[in-house]
Design a protein around this ligand. Structure first.
Ligand code: GLU
Length: 267
């Protein structure tokens, strides 16, 4: 009997060790994000590189600049102190959640609408900017609002964006052409591959300012509240981000950053 018990133990021991090491490994991977960023003294932010006013690469300085970037820098400072470093990694609407999920970035601050669909995969901070979907058209276009779009029209949108989904509801008959990013979509609009381009008014406004031959048409036809996305199960990080946003609003830092980019008081 004794020999039999020993045999069972010998056979089961490797299995037990493998299971234990698996548990240890999982614990290391699941380590609290807030602890991790505090330890390494840096936060890897997923940001836009092609979006005027929010996240745009300055080709002279090779630095990305915009409202999202300044908010991310300020949150980093408040979470990690003056020495804390904010790193910026380019994302698009399509790539941001996969990059967050595989650990390439710690958080997304990239004109990202808080949506129920996305909440199945990520958690969001409180709203830090209120946008709404609109249209960009050539100045002389006869498209004045979303209901003017018919089956003879092509609308340009960006893959993975809420706008690409919403436009199918608001312009049922129009053809939708989805591009990889805003630089590509705007080039397509300029070359006449589409009659209008659609995304958030805040993004289109930046393009219109840079290219006055293109204007916004009609009122916003959706609400697009922007939030910072963080992987699920990182409640302490979300709490501290929300606390930082709240304090930034109270001590006016938020208003200063807002005015710097949008030349008006925050709404
Ligand atoms: N706010 C919209 C979204 O989150 C569009 C912005 C974007 O494409 O990045 O999908």
């Amino acid at each position: 009997m004794k020999t039999y018990s020993k045999l069972i133990l010998v056979l089961c021991l490797p299995l037990l060790l493998v299971t234990l090491s698996g548990c240890l490994k999982t614990n290391a991977q699941d380590k609290d994000l807030l602890e991790q960023v505090k330890e390494k003294q840096e936060i890897n932010w997923g940001v836009k590189n092609d979006t005027e006013l929010f996240g745009l690469m300055n080709i002279k300085t090779r630095e990305v600049e915009g409202f999202d970037i300044d908010i991310a820098k300020e949150i980093t400072k408040r979470l990690l102190g003056e020495e804390g470093q904010a790193n910026f990694i380019e994302v698009t609407s399509k790539t941001s959640i996969p990059l967050l999920k595989n650990g390439n970035i710690d958080a997304i601050i990239a004109t990202m609408t808080i949506s129920d669909e996305r909440k199945k995969q990520v958690d969001f901070s409180d709203i830090y900017f209120a946008a709404g979907q609109s249209l960009l058209v050539p100045k002389d276009s006869n498209i004045k609002k979303v209901s003017d779009l018919g089956s003879e029209n092509t609308v340009l949108a960006v893959k993975g964006s809420t706008s690409a989904e919403n436009i199918r509801v608001h312009a049922k008959d129009a053809n939708i052409l989805e591009l990889e990013n805003y630089a590509e979509a705007f080039t397509a609009l300029q070359s006449g591959q589409g009659d209008a381009m659609t995304t958030d008014n805040s993004i289109l406004l930046g393009m219109s300012e840079e290219n006055p031959n293109f204007i916004l048409a009609g009122d916003n036809f959706t609400n697009e509240p922007y939030g910072i996305a963080i992987d699920k199960g990182q409640d302490s990080f979300v709490l501290e981000v929300n606390q930082a946003l709240k304090e930034m609003k109270e001590d006016d830092t938020y208003a200063v950053i807002y005015k710097k980019w949008f030349k008006e008081e925050p709404k």
